[in-house]
Design a protein around this ligand. Structure first.
Ligand code: MG
Length: 383
């Protein structure tokens, strides 16, 4: 089912403590807002509107750098006005298109919740994820007397909340409450609409208080998986004056023969990264039959693989490359190789390793027929 989405990120979130508003804060390596924006784009949102203060545009651009398919509009004085501004920004979409309205402060939005909401809209005017209240409820009277309340029939509403856009706009048009609605479902309920509940997700916790961030950091770890990939490459020695290894040119009385610059270190590492995310091998992405890669600098291949990791919302953790040859001597160039790799990969130096070994005269590397390279890459991506 096609749908569009709005993320409301206009609040200042003062309860979360001093400092930046919570939607811009870092949560396990990316802005809080980015977590749910990535989920909505990955789930296939046709259009994603972020409602945010225009003055926060630099923070928004920074938070969503590299993510495709979003636009932004300014917020209103209240959450309800911000939602309506978001709905207006979707006016080029079909009027009855299902539209998810989400709060930026709930970062861990799963695909199952999105599809449950969209399915529930077939039979209802609105659909919201909700969790039954599990804790015992107490009320405290002004004089301090504590009483126990029944939790029967009580649910905790989460976001995103789903509506056909024209239905929600009509409901907002009819809203006469002198109080601010606390969520969008209330506006539709008030207009006589039927709102369906779909199973909520404890991961959809709202970041409200400073201590919520500590919990979210731990959940962020649980929401990601570690993947490992390995790569191998070999090239034959031929006449030449220098050789490219791990992105560094070394003067040598031979060169490695290949369609590109034959940098076996970068090729093995590119394959390791592609392997970690199940994206085939370097030949799938840069066919050796394609003349545009003739003599190409191999850092292009590596940058492409790293981009694929980032597009999945992932990041590299560390890499380890082993060069296998009798000559040239690698040790004098190792520091330069690590620095060049760290620069290409955007990693600190201590997460980049380059090692070298000979095969003591045995095999094709030992006989000086060619050089080989092995690499391992560790990558973290959303589960
Ligand atoms: Mg190669």
């Amino acid at each position: 089912m096609t749908f569009s989405a709005i993320i409301v990120a206009a609040g200042s979130g003062t309860r979360a403590g001093p400092g930046q508003a919570k939607q811009w804060r870092d949560l396990a390596g990316k802005a809080v807002l980015r977590w749910s924006a990535e989920s909505l784009v990955a789930a296939g949102a046709k259009k994603l509107v972020i409602v945010a203060d225009p003055a926060a545009r630099p923070m928004l651009d920074q938070a969503l750098r590299g993510l495709q398919g979003w636009s932004t509009t300014g917020g209103g004085a209240t959450r309800a006005l911000s939602v309506q501004a978001g709905l207006d920004a979707l006016s080029d979409r079909p009027a009855d298109e299902p539209t998810l309205i989400h709060d930026a402060a709930r970062p861990f939005l799963g695909a199952a919740t999105i599809s449950a909401l969209l399915s529930a809209l077939d039979e209802a005017d609105g659909a919201i994820p909700a969790m039954p209240v599990a804790d015992t409820l107490k009320s405290i009277a002004p004089e301090g007397r504590i009483a126990t309340k029944s939790r029967d029939g009580l649910w905790r509403a989460q976001t995103p909340q789903a509506f056909r856009r024209d239905r929600l706009l009509a409901a907002y048009g009819a809203w006469r409450g002198d109080q601010e609605p606390t969520d969008d479902a209330q506006v539709v309920e008030n207009d006589g609409g039927r709102v369906a509940l779909v199973p909520g997700d404890p991961m959809l916790m709202k970041l409200t208080y400073p201590e919520d961030f500590a919990m979210a950091e731990r959940l962020a770890g649980a929401a990601r998986i570690t993947r490992m990939g390995q790569g191998f490459d070999a090239h034959r020695w031929g006449p030449g004056e220098s050789v490219w290894l791990c992105g560094v040119e070394i003067a040598h009385n031979e060169t490695l023969i290949g369609h590109s610059d034959a940098d076996a270190g970068l090729h093995a590492l590119t394959d390791a990264i592609l392997g970690a995310i199940g994206e085939g091998d370097i030949g799938d992405h840069f066919p050796p039959t394609d003349p545009q890669w003739k003599g190409a600098a191999s850092d292009k291949f590596l940058i492409h693989a790293v981009d694929l990791v980032r597009k999945r919302g992932g990041c590299l953790v560390n890499v380890d490359v082993t060069l296998i040859c009798e000559r040239p001597k690698i040790k004098p160039h190792r520091a330069a190789m690590r620095e060049r790799l760290a620069q290409i990969l955007g990693l600190p130096l201590d997460r980049v390793s380059v090692k070298a070994t000979t095969t003591e005269g045995m095999g094709f590397t030992g006989r000086g027929e060619g050089l080989s390279a092995q690499a391992i890459a560790v990558v973290e991506t959303p589960a």
